[in-house]
Design a protein around this ligand. Structure first.
Ligand SMILES: Cc1cc2nc3c(=O)[nH]c(=O)nc-3n(C[C@H](O)[C@H](O)[C@H](O)COP(=O)(O)O)c2cc1C
Length: 205
């Protein structure tokens, strides 16, 4: 059965239309709840769903941070440009309200971590703190930065140098999707979760 399809050329849409169609099509997106530190020592925590795995040898992830309306860097991008370090937490059902709350625009000298009273622990390899109750935290160092696009975004490739996983989400040596309850971003204010998982066997490659 062939489906009746509607089609667009992204270039024919206005800027908001391009964003809304893309973020509703490229789903679900894992959410990098990202802590960084500024030059003056202010901690910062914010979520980003333009995030994904790139390579496992070495472990490399990509994080794409948009700009503010006035074209200036978001605090996360400025901090990664200056310090080269971040701790990326995988957002889960347990902390989703804090994750969303931390996306509020605070002044650069204000910390979302202090403002929301989020408990942290020191990271091991990098200066930004680790959110204490996050089930997965990835300590990461910048290996590449590039501006991408007409309304430029800051694309970072980060090497993960230390992985933390809460023992209660492990099945054997690996995180279990259902135990983890990771949160994915859909279009608009929509989210989904890995609470319900299933398996499909793969053919030989
Ligand atoms: C679930 C979620 C996902 C988000 N993903 C992105 C993203 O991929 N890129 C981006 O620039 N902003 C994204 N935002 C908005 C940023 O979190 C927001 O602009 C934040 O204030 C940036 O903080 P900072 O200036 O402290 O870095 C997202 C917000 C939410 C709630």
């Amino acid at each position: 059965m062939s489906r009746s399809m509607r089609q667009w050329r992204p270039e024919d849409l206005d800027k908001a239309g391009r964003y809304h169609l893309m973020t509703a099509c490229v789903v679900p997106r894992p959410i990098a709840w990202t802590s960084t530190v500024s030059k003056d020592g202010t901690t910062n925590l914010a979520p980003f769903s333009f995030f994904g795995g790139v390579s496992s040898d070495p472990w490399t992830v990509m994080l794409s941070v948009g700009r503010r309306r006035d074209g200036s860097h978001k605090d996360t991008a400025r901090n990664i440009l200056e310090s080269g370090e971040a701790v990326i937490h995988i957002s889960t059902r347990e902390n989703e309200q804090w994750m969303v709350a931390s996306s509020a625009g605070l002044d650069p000298d204000q910390s979302e971590i202090d403002h929301l009273q989020i408990a942290t622990e020191p990271a091991i390899e990098v200066a930004p703190p680790r959110v204490a109750d996050a089930a997965i935290a990835l300590e990461a160092k910048r290996v590449h930065h590039q501006e991408v696009g007409r309304t430029p975004v800051d694309l970072f490739l980060l090497e993960v140098v230390r992985v933390h996983v809460a023992k209660d989400v492990l099945e054997g040596d690996l995180p279990d999707g259902a135990k983890l309850g990771a949160v994915g971003r859909l279009g608009g204010t929509g989210y989904c979760t890995t609470d319900q998982t299933y398996e499909i066997d793969r053919p030989q490659e």
